[in-house]
Design a binder for this molecule. Structure first.
Ligand code: HEC
Length: 105
């Protein structure tokens, strides 16, 4: 294939990808950014590959309860009680929506 044609195709692919991500609501993009902070331990998009509990597919309401209980010290934790303190109710709601939308497997 001609180099110029290849470049044009690559540019078209990039433009399409850009359009697709521009469709995600600003809230969901903010949520994805917040959720990336959880990936080191809970896996990309909450799909855990190891012993850590996965976050993908947790129903929104249960997620909010878990995070608030960690934050308020109502739920025993080694790490999450500290981590959860760094998130506002609004951010927890965004995270809950994001992870509920992720397929668990
Ligand atoms: C440094 C590792 C680490 C990071 C980063 C981390 N977690 Fe956790 N998470 C844990 C551990 C460990 C547990 C088990 C509870 C405990 O001991 O703290 C847990 C448990 C949870 C649970 C309960 C899951 C269940 O089914 O019981 C939720 C919800 C959760 N984390 C949400 C989050 C969110 C949201 C983020 C990002 C904002 C996050 N975690 C970032 C380590 C982490």
């Amino acid at each position: 294939m001609h180099t110029a044609t290849r470049l044009a195709l690559a540019a078209a692919a990039l433009a399409t990808a850009g359009a697709a991500s521009a469709q995600a609501s600003p809230d969901l993009r903010a949520a994805a950014y917040l959720a990336s902070n959880c990936a080191n331990c809970h896996g990309t998009n909450g799909r855990s590959l190891g012993a850590m509990p996965g976050l993908a597919g947790i129903p929104q309401e249960r997620f909010v309860t878990l995070m608030r209980d960690f934050r308020d010290g109502k739920r025993q934790a080694t790490i999450m009680h500290q981590l959860a303190k760094g998130y506002s109710d609004e951010q927890i709601a965004l995270l809950a929506e994001f992870f509920a939308r992720q397929p668990a497997k």
